[in-house]
Design a protein around this ligand. Sequence first.
Ligand SMILES: Cc1cc2nc3c(=O)[nH]c(=O)nc-3n(C[C@H](O)[C@H](O)[C@H](O)COP(=O)(O)O)c2cc1C
Length: 215
Amino acid sequence: MTTLLHLDSSARRASVSREVGDAFADAWRRANPSGRHVHRDLAAEPVPFIGEAWTELCDYVLANQITDIGRYKEAVRTPAQAEAWAVLEPLLDELVAADVVLIATPMYNFSVPASLKAWIDQVTFPKMSLAGRRFVIASARGGSYVPGAPREPYDHQERFLRDFIAGHFGVEDVAAVAAELVNSRLDPALAGRRAAHEKSYADALAAARELGGRY
Ligand SMILES: Cc1cc2nc3c(=O)[nH]c(=O)nc-3n(C[C@H](O)[C@H](O)[C@H](O)COP(=O)(O)O)c2cc1C
């Protein structure tokens, strides 16, 4: 059975990144009626930051060259490490079981929310491979970061996720859809960009639906 892991990370319930992610997930469910849709809301139910015991598990995996995710549990040797493992194991199991991972994320301070980064820190081990999976990034930003925009070099949201997914998960199959200029809904200084936002928003929803329908 094919499985979609769908992560949300906006602190808002009425959120553009949630809408774009939902557009993908709705189309994916229609295209995969017997598929499994697993939804995790990292903002509503945050995962804890990693602690020292987590780093001990990570160091053991690295020092012992354990690259098989199924063997990570061998690193658990103390009660504190067992506690850290109990937090990360269900998150990791959920990720490994997914065929498609949808990351819906706002841009916060040019990057991703701490809620999403906390999840990334929990599930990422040295030299792990998630090859064979597909990732989709559904994002929303207050400004514009398209090629040629003055703020293009400040995009540490989509660029970070692409680099991270390729560099740490070994996955090159990454699609990204972004709704830009969302702040034009609120900021009088961006009122002149409202039409550009409406187009970016409509295009992002359409692209997310199109992708979801063929994944
Ligand atoms: C804490 C916070 C930080 C933000 N930082 C940025 C930023 O650095 N660049 C930007 O373009 N927009 C920024 N924004 C605007 C959001 O990216 C925008 O509101 C977007 O729609 C958020 O996604 P959401 O609608 O899914 O919550 C920020 C918003 C918040 C709440």
